[in-house]
Ligand binder design. Structure first.
Ligand code: PHE
Length: 345
């Protein structure tokens, strides 16, 4: 009698879970606890064992245990199937239809480059077109690379702690990108035609100076490089960056690492040279420092100055961006006020 009941119980249970496609994971769990849990009929039967005679008990116990094992393995199988079914349903639901049309992001939300990066990219593109390669160097420099190798004497104001950020006695935050000239020339023999963009640091702070700003420096070393090459290259560059009418003016100047040295003014891009507020009525704006690489610097780097000559130039990117976009204060670049940044979208 009891034996039949157990068999029937197992059969009904297996029939119920065979219908797995139509049920949810919760339904399956419910059937499991109804069939094998504390209040299941199988458990009740075990309890009723005490009504049997001692001789009948072992055989009955074995039967119930077999039934339980059968059910447990049936549930394990059903649960594995259920897991796969749930995963397939999830994959189906989350399929991305790559043929759907692109949902455009409004201009308001779209990100864009910072104005300093915009001018840096523009300047690099112009010089790359003239055959320059971009080589970057470290921002933390030794006294040797930042000053000594560039012929900057011990008593030069740039060496003073008031102008330069010292990290240790011989380690500084680079005050210009020129130390990378030295690093490149040490490793490479001419021809060299390079640009070095990057952050530089000076203890300086007002409407047109920031303790951190960006420079791009250029260096060309080869046989027969002359001041005329420098002048022609820089004027071509200025005309590409501003407009075809831009003219360059070269004034004698001094840098320890170039000889002769020049300061380069460009005709004001705002008034075309007539004189306006931006150029303080002069028609010219000072933009670059440049010159012929001092032979001492070439020799310091192991380049034969009787065979090779070179020119170098350097400019501040914020200054160029201020002129190009008419920005009155350098601080605007670093405050990250979105109302300012949005204008360069
Ligand atoms: N290194 C100079 C500066 O930071 C700029 C410069 C570079 C001048 C190359 C001449 C030649 O002021």
């Amino acid at each position: 009698m009891l034996n039949d009941k157990i068999k029937q119980l197992v059969e009904t249970c297996i029939a119920r879970i065979s219908n797995i496609d139509e049920m949810s994971a919760n339904d399956l769990q419910k059937i499991k606890s109804e069939s094998l849990g504390k209040n299941s009929e199988l458990q009740n039967m075990l309890k009723s064992m005490r009504d049997l005679s001692p001789e009948e008990r072992p055989a009955f116990g074995q039967l119930v245990n077999e039934a339980r094992k059968t059910l447990e393995s049936a549930f394990a199988e059903a649960e594995a199937k259920m897991k796969e079914k749930v995963l397939n349903e999830k994959l189906q639901k989350e399929t991305v239809d790559i043929t759907l049309p692109y949902q455009s992001v409004s201009c308001e939300e779209r990100g864009h480059l910072h104005p300093v990066n915009l001018v840096a990219n523009e300047i690099m593109d112009i010089f790359k077109g003239l055959g320059f390669e971009v080589l970057e160097g470290p921002e933390i420099e030794t006294d040797y690379y930042c000053f000594e190798a560039l012929n900057i004497p011990k008593n030069h104001p740039a060496r003073d702690a008031q102008d330069t950020f010292y990290i240790a006695e011989d380690i500084v935050l680079r005050t210009h990108t020129s130390p990378n000239q030295v690093r490149v020339m040490e490793k490479k023999q001419p021809p060299i035609k390079m640009l070095c963009p990057g952050k530089v640091y000076r203890s300086d702070d007002d409407a047109s100076h920031s303790p951190m700003f960006h420079q791009i420096e250029g260096l060309v070393v080869d046989k027969n490089v002359t001041l005329c090459d420098l002048m022609g290259t820089l004027e071509t560059f200025a005309q590409s960056l501003f407009n075809e009418q831009t003219k360059a003016r070269f004034r004698p100047s001094f840098f320890p690492f170039t000889e002769p040295s020049v300061e380069v003014d460009l005709t004001c891009s705002n008034c075309g040279g007539k004189g306006c507020k931006l150029c303080k009525g002069t028609g010219w704006i000072e933009v670059l420092g440049a010159g012929m690489v001092n032979p001492k610097v070439l020799e310091n780097c192991g380049i034969d100055s009787t065979k090779y000559t070179g020119y170098a130039f350097g400019m501040g990117l914020e200054r160029i961006a201020m002129i190009k976009y008419g920005i009155p204060n350098i601080k605007l670049f670093f405050e990250n006020d979105v109302r300012f940044l949005k204008q360069f979208r």
